[in-house]
Design a protein around this ligand. Structure first.
Ligand SMILES: [Zn+2]
Length: 395
Protein backbone atom coordinates (compact mmCIF):
# COMPACT_ATOMS: atom_id res chain seq x y z
CA UNK A 1 0.00 0.00 0.00
CA UNK A 2 1.17 3.55 -0.72
CA UNK A 3 -0.10 6.80 0.71
CA UNK A 4 -0.05 10.54 0.13
CA UNK A 5 -0.91 13.11 2.78
CA UNK A 6 -1.63 16.51 1.25
CA UNK A 7 -2.79 19.95 2.43
CA UNK A 8 -5.87 19.63 0.20
CA UNK A 9 -7.49 16.83 -1.81
CA UNK A 10 -10.41 17.56 -4.14
CA UNK A 11 -13.04 14.81 -3.99
CA UNK A 12 -15.66 16.18 -6.38
CA UNK A 13 -18.17 17.33 -3.77
CA UNK A 14 -15.60 19.35 -1.86
CA UNK A 15 -12.16 19.39 -0.26
CA UNK A 16 -10.48 17.18 2.28
CA UNK A 17 -8.16 19.64 4.02
CA UNK A 18 -5.90 17.96 4.94
CA UNK A 19 -6.45 14.76 2.97
CA UNK A 20 -4.93 11.30 3.08
CA UNK A 21 -4.97 8.97 0.07
CA UNK A 22 -4.06 5.29 0.10
CA UNK A 23 -3.87 2.94 -2.86
CA UNK A 24 -2.98 -0.68 -3.45
CA UNK A 25 -0.46 -2.43 -5.68
CA UNK A 26 -2.99 -2.54 -8.53
CA UNK A 27 -3.23 1.26 -8.54
CA UNK A 28 -6.72 1.36 -7.04
CA UNK A 29 -7.63 3.89 -4.34
CA UNK A 30 -8.50 2.07 -1.12
CA UNK A 31 -8.56 5.03 1.27
CA UNK A 32 -9.78 8.61 0.78
CA UNK A 33 -10.11 10.40 4.09
CA UNK A 34 -9.26 13.44 6.17
CA UNK A 35 -5.67 13.16 7.39
CA UNK A 36 -5.42 12.61 11.17
CA UNK A 37 -4.04 15.43 13.29
CA UNK A 38 -0.25 15.40 13.38
CA UNK A 39 0.19 13.77 9.93
CA UNK A 40 3.13 15.23 8.02
CA UNK A 41 1.65 16.98 4.99
CA UNK A 42 2.94 17.84 1.55
CA UNK A 43 2.20 21.44 0.54
CA UNK A 44 0.09 20.59 -2.48
CA UNK A 45 -3.51 20.44 -3.67
CA UNK A 46 -4.32 17.07 -5.21
CA UNK A 47 -6.76 17.00 -8.14
CA UNK A 48 -8.21 14.08 -10.10
CA UNK A 49 -6.29 13.19 -13.27
CA UNK A 50 -7.61 15.15 -16.25
CA UNK A 51 -9.66 13.34 -18.88
CA UNK A 52 -8.98 14.30 -22.48
CA UNK A 53 -12.30 13.24 -23.95
CA UNK A 54 -11.36 13.56 -27.63
CA UNK A 55 -8.03 12.97 -29.31
CA UNK A 56 -6.50 11.47 -32.44
CA UNK A 57 -3.10 10.64 -30.99
CA UNK A 58 -1.84 9.10 -34.24
CA UNK A 59 -2.01 12.38 -36.17
CA UNK A 60 0.84 14.85 -36.50
CA UNK A 61 0.84 18.60 -37.18
CA UNK A 62 -0.01 19.65 -40.75
CA UNK A 63 0.74 23.38 -40.52
CA UNK A 64 -1.66 26.33 -40.48
CA UNK A 65 -5.36 25.92 -41.26
CA UNK A 66 -6.03 26.08 -45.00
CA UNK A 67 -8.91 28.31 -46.23
CA UNK A 68 -11.46 25.51 -46.11
CA UNK A 69 -12.10 22.28 -44.22
CA UNK A 70 -12.06 19.98 -47.26
CA UNK A 71 -8.50 21.12 -48.01
CA UNK A 72 -7.58 20.39 -44.41
CA UNK A 73 -9.05 16.87 -44.68
CA UNK A 74 -6.91 16.39 -47.81
CA UNK A 75 -3.75 17.42 -45.92
CA UNK A 76 -4.55 15.10 -43.00
CA UNK A 77 -5.33 12.15 -45.27
CA UNK A 78 -2.11 12.66 -47.24
CA UNK A 79 0.01 12.87 -44.08
CA UNK A 80 -1.70 9.82 -42.61
CA UNK A 81 -1.08 7.87 -45.83
CA UNK A 82 2.67 8.52 -45.54
CA UNK A 83 2.89 7.16 -41.96
CA UNK A 84 3.87 3.55 -41.19
CA UNK A 85 2.28 1.55 -38.35
CA UNK A 86 5.45 1.64 -36.16
CA UNK A 87 5.59 5.42 -36.67
CA UNK A 88 1.96 5.70 -35.54
CA UNK A 89 2.78 3.85 -32.32
CA UNK A 90 5.80 6.11 -31.68
CA UNK A 91 3.67 9.19 -32.25
CA UNK A 92 0.97 7.96 -29.85
CA UNK A 93 3.61 7.27 -27.16
CA UNK A 94 5.05 10.78 -27.49
CA UNK A 95 1.60 12.36 -27.35
CA UNK A 96 0.66 10.37 -24.23
CA UNK A 97 3.84 11.59 -22.54
CA UNK A 98 2.95 15.19 -23.43
CA UNK A 99 -0.56 14.74 -22.02
CA UNK A 100 0.77 13.24 -18.80
CA UNK A 101 3.01 16.27 -18.17
CA UNK A 102 -0.11 18.46 -18.08
CA UNK A 103 -1.89 16.27 -15.52
CA UNK A 104 -3.89 14.15 -17.97
CA UNK A 105 -4.26 10.45 -17.14
CA UNK A 106 -7.12 9.34 -19.41
CA UNK A 107 -7.93 9.84 -23.07
CA UNK A 108 -10.73 9.22 -25.54
CA UNK A 109 -8.56 8.08 -28.42
CA UNK A 110 -9.86 7.78 -31.99
CA UNK A 111 -7.78 5.01 -33.53
CA UNK A 112 -7.99 4.47 -37.27
CA UNK A 113 -5.30 1.81 -37.60
CA UNK A 114 -5.88 -0.61 -34.73
CA UNK A 115 -2.51 0.20 -33.16
CA UNK A 116 -3.45 2.41 -30.22
CA UNK A 117 -4.93 -0.11 -27.70
CA UNK A 118 -1.58 -1.77 -27.11
CA UNK A 119 0.28 1.54 -26.72
CA UNK A 120 -2.35 2.83 -24.30
CA UNK A 121 -2.19 -0.37 -22.26
CA UNK A 122 1.62 -0.31 -22.10
CA UNK A 123 1.57 3.33 -21.00
CA UNK A 124 -1.05 2.41 -18.36
CA UNK A 125 -3.35 5.17 -19.60
CA UNK A 126 -7.06 5.01 -18.84
CA UNK A 127 -9.95 6.21 -20.97
CA UNK A 128 -11.50 4.63 -24.02
CA UNK A 129 -10.06 3.66 -27.38
CA UNK A 130 -12.60 4.04 -30.18
CA UNK A 131 -11.97 2.22 -33.45
CA UNK A 132 -12.77 4.68 -36.21
CA UNK A 133 -14.68 3.63 -39.31
CA UNK A 134 -15.70 5.49 -42.45
CA UNK A 135 -17.59 4.37 -45.55
CA UNK A 136 -20.33 6.51 -47.03
CA UNK A 137 -20.71 3.98 -49.84
CA UNK A 138 -21.15 0.86 -47.68
CA UNK A 139 -24.32 -1.21 -47.69
CA UNK A 140 -25.36 -3.57 -44.90
CA UNK A 141 -23.13 -6.54 -45.70
CA UNK A 142 -20.03 -4.46 -46.42
CA UNK A 143 -20.62 -2.46 -43.25
CA UNK A 144 -20.76 -5.63 -41.17
CA UNK A 145 -17.61 -7.03 -42.78
CA UNK A 146 -15.77 -3.76 -42.14
CA UNK A 147 -16.74 -3.89 -38.46
CA UNK A 148 -15.52 -7.46 -38.17
CA UNK A 149 -12.04 -6.22 -39.18
CA UNK A 150 -12.12 -3.60 -36.40
CA UNK A 151 -12.80 -5.87 -33.40
CA UNK A 152 -10.44 -4.50 -30.75
CA UNK A 153 -10.38 -5.61 -27.18
CA UNK A 154 -9.13 -2.83 -24.95
CA UNK A 155 -7.85 -3.09 -21.39
CA UNK A 156 -9.97 -2.72 -18.24
CA UNK A 157 -8.55 0.76 -17.80
CA UNK A 158 -9.03 1.70 -21.43
CA UNK A 159 -11.81 -0.38 -22.98
CA UNK A 160 -12.81 -0.23 -26.61
CA UNK A 161 -15.51 1.74 -28.39
CA UNK A 162 -16.51 2.43 -31.96
CA UNK A 163 -16.25 5.75 -33.79
CA UNK A 164 -18.41 6.10 -36.89
CA UNK A 165 -16.53 9.19 -38.09
CA UNK A 166 -19.31 11.61 -39.09
CA UNK A 167 -22.75 11.72 -40.75
CA UNK A 168 -21.11 12.85 -44.03
CA UNK A 169 -18.58 9.99 -44.11
CA UNK A 170 -20.57 7.03 -42.72
CA UNK A 171 -23.54 5.39 -44.44
CA UNK A 172 -26.82 4.67 -42.61
CA UNK A 173 -26.12 0.88 -42.70
CA UNK A 174 -22.66 1.47 -41.21
CA UNK A 175 -24.19 3.58 -38.41
CA UNK A 176 -26.69 0.75 -37.80
CA UNK A 177 -23.89 -1.83 -37.62
CA UNK A 178 -21.96 0.36 -35.14
CA UNK A 179 -25.03 0.84 -32.97
CA UNK A 180 -25.73 -2.90 -32.90
CA UNK A 181 -22.37 -3.48 -31.23
CA UNK A 182 -23.82 -1.91 -28.09
CA UNK A 183 -20.54 -0.30 -27.06
CA UNK A 184 -19.86 3.41 -26.45
CA UNK A 185 -19.61 5.46 -29.64
CA UNK A 186 -17.94 8.74 -30.58
CA UNK A 187 -19.20 10.68 -33.61
CA UNK A 188 -18.10 14.03 -35.06
CA UNK A 189 -21.44 15.83 -35.24
CA UNK A 190 -22.53 19.16 -36.70
CA UNK A 191 -18.93 20.26 -37.01
CA UNK A 192 -19.34 22.22 -40.25
CA UNK A 193 -21.89 24.38 -42.08
CA UNK A 194 -21.01 22.26 -45.15
CA UNK A 195 -22.05 19.13 -43.23
CA UNK A 196 -25.50 20.55 -42.46
CA UNK A 197 -25.84 21.75 -46.06
CA UNK A 198 -24.94 18.29 -47.39
CA UNK A 199 -27.35 16.46 -45.06
CA UNK A 200 -30.21 18.83 -45.89
CA UNK A 201 -29.69 19.16 -49.64
CA UNK A 202 -27.12 16.58 -50.76
CA UNK A 203 -25.07 19.42 -52.25
CA UNK A 204 -21.85 21.29 -51.56
CA UNK A 205 -18.14 20.65 -51.06
CA UNK A 206 -18.65 17.42 -49.07
CA UNK A 207 -20.69 15.92 -51.89
CA UNK A 208 -17.86 16.87 -54.26
CA UNK A 209 -15.31 15.27 -51.92
CA UNK A 210 -17.27 12.01 -51.65
CA UNK A 211 -17.68 11.89 -55.44
CA UNK A 212 -13.93 12.46 -55.88
CA UNK A 213 -13.19 9.61 -53.44
CA UNK A 214 -15.70 7.42 -55.31
CA UNK A 215 -17.76 7.02 -52.14
CA UNK A 216 -21.04 8.61 -53.25
CA UNK A 217 -23.60 5.88 -53.98
CA UNK A 218 -25.42 6.33 -57.30
CA UNK A 219 -28.83 6.20 -55.60
CA UNK A 220 -27.88 8.64 -52.83
CA UNK A 221 -30.58 10.99 -51.62
CA UNK A 222 -29.98 13.44 -48.80
CA UNK A 223 -31.72 12.64 -45.49
CA UNK A 224 -33.17 16.17 -45.48
CA UNK A 225 -32.38 16.63 -41.80
CA UNK A 226 -29.63 18.30 -39.79
CA UNK A 227 -26.90 16.14 -38.25
CA UNK A 228 -28.43 15.72 -34.77
CA UNK A 229 -31.92 14.86 -36.02
CA UNK A 230 -30.36 12.49 -38.53
CA UNK A 231 -28.47 10.68 -35.74
CA UNK A 232 -31.69 10.56 -33.76
CA UNK A 233 -33.50 9.00 -36.70
CA UNK A 234 -30.70 6.41 -37.01
CA UNK A 235 -31.19 5.49 -33.34
CA UNK A 236 -27.70 6.68 -32.51
CA UNK A 237 -28.51 9.65 -30.23
CA UNK A 238 -27.84 7.76 -27.00
CA UNK A 239 -26.30 8.28 -23.54
CA UNK A 240 -23.37 6.16 -24.75
CA UNK A 241 -22.82 8.30 -27.88
CA UNK A 242 -20.25 11.04 -27.42
CA UNK A 243 -21.03 13.96 -29.73
CA UNK A 244 -17.83 15.64 -30.88
CA UNK A 245 -17.73 19.42 -31.62
CA UNK A 246 -21.45 20.33 -32.16
CA UNK A 247 -20.40 23.67 -33.69
CA UNK A 248 -23.44 24.04 -35.92
CA UNK A 249 -26.43 22.88 -33.89
CA UNK A 250 -29.87 23.78 -35.23
CA UNK A 251 -32.88 25.05 -33.33
CA UNK A 252 -34.10 22.38 -30.93
CA UNK A 253 -30.93 20.26 -31.12
CA UNK A 254 -29.64 21.13 -27.63
CA UNK A 255 -33.01 20.08 -26.15
CA UNK A 256 -32.86 16.84 -28.17
CA UNK A 257 -29.33 16.09 -26.95
CA UNK A 258 -30.27 16.87 -23.36
CA UNK A 259 -33.38 14.65 -23.53
CA UNK A 260 -31.31 11.81 -25.01
CA UNK A 261 -28.71 12.12 -22.22
CA UNK A 262 -25.86 12.28 -24.74
CA UNK A 263 -22.58 13.96 -23.75
CA UNK A 264 -20.75 16.55 -25.86
CA UNK A 265 -17.02 17.19 -26.10
CA UNK A 266 -15.64 20.53 -27.28
CA UNK A 267 -12.02 21.13 -28.28
CA UNK A 268 -10.89 24.72 -27.55
CA UNK A 269 -7.61 24.36 -29.47
CA UNK A 270 -9.46 23.29 -32.61
CA UNK A 271 -11.91 26.18 -32.28
CA UNK A 272 -8.92 28.53 -32.16
CA UNK A 273 -7.07 26.79 -35.02
CA UNK A 274 -9.98 27.10 -37.46
CA UNK A 275 -11.06 30.51 -36.10
CA UNK A 276 -14.53 29.15 -35.28
CA UNK A 277 -17.19 30.83 -33.16
CA UNK A 278 -17.27 29.17 -29.70
CA UNK A 279 -20.48 27.16 -29.26
CA UNK A 280 -22.89 27.98 -26.37
CA UNK A 281 -21.34 25.68 -23.76
CA UNK A 282 -22.84 27.62 -20.82
CA UNK A 283 -26.34 27.00 -22.22
CA UNK A 284 -25.61 23.30 -22.75
CA UNK A 285 -24.39 22.93 -19.17
CA UNK A 286 -27.51 24.72 -17.88
CA UNK A 287 -29.57 22.12 -19.73
CA UNK A 288 -27.70 19.37 -17.88
CA UNK A 289 -25.69 18.15 -20.87
CA UNK A 290 -22.34 16.74 -19.67
CA UNK A 291 -19.89 18.86 -21.67
CA UNK A 292 -16.31 17.60 -21.64
CA UNK A 293 -13.06 19.00 -23.01
CA UNK A 294 -10.66 17.44 -25.51
CA UNK A 295 -7.45 18.34 -27.28
CA UNK A 296 -8.46 16.86 -30.66
CA UNK A 297 -5.29 16.15 -32.67
CA UNK A 298 -2.01 17.94 -33.35
CA UNK A 299 -3.34 18.42 -36.90
CA UNK A 300 -5.65 21.12 -35.49
CA UNK A 301 -3.93 22.10 -32.25
CA UNK A 302 -0.53 23.61 -31.42
CA UNK A 303 0.10 21.16 -28.52
CA UNK A 304 -1.49 18.26 -26.67
CA UNK A 305 -2.08 19.63 -23.20
CA UNK A 306 -5.31 19.60 -21.22
CA UNK A 307 -3.95 22.51 -19.22
CA UNK A 308 -3.75 24.53 -22.46
CA UNK A 309 -7.34 23.52 -23.26
CA UNK A 310 -8.47 24.76 -19.85
CA UNK A 311 -6.65 28.06 -20.35
CA UNK A 312 -8.20 28.49 -23.80
CA UNK A 313 -11.62 27.60 -22.36
CA UNK A 314 -11.34 30.50 -19.90
CA UNK A 315 -11.02 32.82 -22.91
CA UNK A 316 -13.79 31.19 -24.97
CA UNK A 317 -16.31 30.93 -22.09
CA UNK A 318 -15.29 33.59 -19.54
CA UNK A 319 -18.40 33.06 -17.38
CA UNK A 320 -17.36 29.49 -16.49
CA UNK A 321 -15.46 29.50 -13.21
CA UNK A 322 -12.29 27.42 -12.76
CA UNK A 323 -13.95 24.72 -10.62
CA UNK A 324 -16.62 24.29 -13.31
CA UNK A 325 -13.94 23.96 -15.98
CA UNK A 326 -12.11 21.44 -13.79
CA UNK A 327 -15.33 19.39 -13.56
CA UNK A 328 -15.64 19.48 -17.36
CA UNK A 329 -12.07 18.17 -17.64
CA UNK A 330 -12.61 15.40 -15.07
CA UNK A 331 -16.11 14.18 -14.13
CA UNK A 332 -17.73 15.19 -17.41
CA UNK A 333 -14.85 13.56 -19.26
CA UNK A 334 -15.50 10.30 -17.45
CA UNK A 335 -19.18 10.59 -18.33
CA UNK A 336 -18.28 11.36 -21.96
CA UNK A 337 -16.19 8.19 -22.18
CA UNK A 338 -18.79 6.08 -20.32
CA UNK A 339 -16.07 5.20 -17.79
CA UNK A 340 -16.86 4.74 -14.11
CA UNK A 341 -13.47 4.53 -12.45
CA UNK A 342 -11.88 7.77 -13.62
CA UNK A 343 -12.59 11.49 -13.22
CA UNK A 344 -13.00 11.61 -9.46
CA UNK A 345 -10.87 10.80 -6.42
CA UNK A 346 -12.86 8.21 -4.48
CA UNK A 347 -12.44 4.75 -3.07
CA UNK A 348 -12.47 2.07 -5.76
CA UNK A 349 -11.38 4.48 -8.53
CA UNK A 350 -8.02 4.36 -10.28
CA UNK A 351 -5.26 6.16 -8.39
CA UNK A 352 -5.02 8.81 -11.12
CA UNK A 353 -4.33 12.27 -9.77
CA UNK A 354 -1.88 15.16 -9.84
CA UNK A 355 -0.51 17.72 -7.43
CA UNK A 356 -0.08 21.47 -7.76
CA UNK A 357 1.77 23.62 -5.21
CA UNK A 358 -0.61 24.96 -2.57
CA UNK A 359 -0.66 25.81 1.11
CA UNK A 360 -3.66 28.00 1.94
CA UNK A 361 -6.41 28.43 -0.66
CA UNK A 362 -6.96 25.42 -2.97
CA UNK A 363 -9.62 27.13 -5.12
CA UNK A 364 -7.15 29.93 -5.89
CA UNK A 365 -4.54 27.27 -6.76
CA UNK A 366 -7.02 25.59 -9.15
CA UNK A 367 -7.67 29.00 -10.76
CA UNK A 368 -3.92 29.50 -11.26
CA UNK A 369 -3.61 26.01 -12.75
CA UNK A 370 -6.57 26.53 -15.09
CA UNK A 371 -5.08 29.83 -16.30
CA UNK A 372 -1.72 28.16 -16.93
CA UNK A 373 0.16 29.96 -14.13
CA UNK A 374 0.87 26.78 -12.09
CA UNK A 375 2.08 23.44 -13.46
CA UNK A 376 1.72 19.97 -11.94
CA UNK A 377 4.66 19.03 -9.71
CA UNK A 378 3.79 15.34 -9.82
CA UNK A 379 1.31 13.09 -11.60
CA UNK A 380 0.20 9.63 -10.41
CA UNK A 381 -0.92 7.24 -13.13
CA UNK A 382 -2.57 4.11 -11.69
CA UNK A 383 -0.64 4.91 -8.51
CA UNK A 384 2.74 5.22 -10.27
CA UNK A 385 4.40 8.57 -9.59
CA UNK A 386 5.89 10.74 -12.32
CA UNK A 387 7.62 13.75 -10.83
CA UNK A 388 10.45 16.26 -11.23
CA UNK A 389 12.95 15.30 -13.91
CA UNK A 390 11.01 12.16 -14.74
CA UNK A 391 7.95 14.28 -15.55
CA UNK A 392 10.02 16.74 -17.59
CA UNK A 393 11.66 13.92 -19.52
CA UNK A 394 8.47 12.16 -20.56
CA UNK A 395 8.50 12.26 -24.33
ZN1 LIG B 1 -11.81 14.60 -34.00
Amino acid sequence: MRTLAARHVFVGTGWLSPGLLAWDEDGVLIGVARAPRGTRLTDVAVLPGLVNAHAHLQLKAVGDAPPNFVQWIGKVMAARGRTSLPELATTVRAHLAALLRGGCTAVGEIDNAGTSPRVLARANFAGRCYQEVTGFHLGRDDARSLLRTREQVGSDACPGGIAPHAPYSVSAPLFAACRSRRVPMAVHVAELPEEQQFLHTGKGSLRDLLAKLDRLPRDFTAPGLGAVRYLERLGCLLPRTLLVHCQELERGDAARISAAGAPIVVCPGTIRYFGRVPPPVEDWLRRGIPVALGTDSRASNRALSMQDELAEATRLWPTLDPMRLLAMATENGARALSHRSIGRIRRGARADFFAIPCTENPVAAVASFVHGALSPVAVWLAGGKHAGRLLAQQG
